[in-house]
Write a new protein. Sequence first.
Length: 154
Amino acid sequence: MSGGFYVYALIDPRDGRAFYIGKGCGKRAHAHVLASRRGAEPNPEKDLRIREIHDTGAAVVERVLRRFDSEWDALELERRLIHRLRRRLTNIAHGGAAQSGEARRQRELMLNRARLARFERIRDNLPRSAPNYVFSTCLAAIGHLSSLVDAENA
């Protein structure tokens, strides 16, 4: 098959093992590395692995495992591979077309944690000369995100 959808693996070149499985089209397989470089990768475990690989001077291997004409077929293979390799993957969701409400809730929690960490880094690196409104806006965002994360953890 030579369709527009594919299932891919992100592979750690240090041990040759997949650490993430995904379904995509176009340049999706490369989007994770780009997001990590921008500090915008919402999955902290995957982001850490990508950064560790780059810190050694290596590059994440992006391997297309199989192409599909049908998105549903691609989703099914993605789900099966994630299920089989789950213990060593950084995937948040279990893959496939039907993400549970729990998977969506976990993803939103992870996104909010990543946003909170980002604002805390901004706050911690603000120069003393930064205008008060910048600092207060940052504190307001931290307060809002902290309450969302706390509510999700309750």
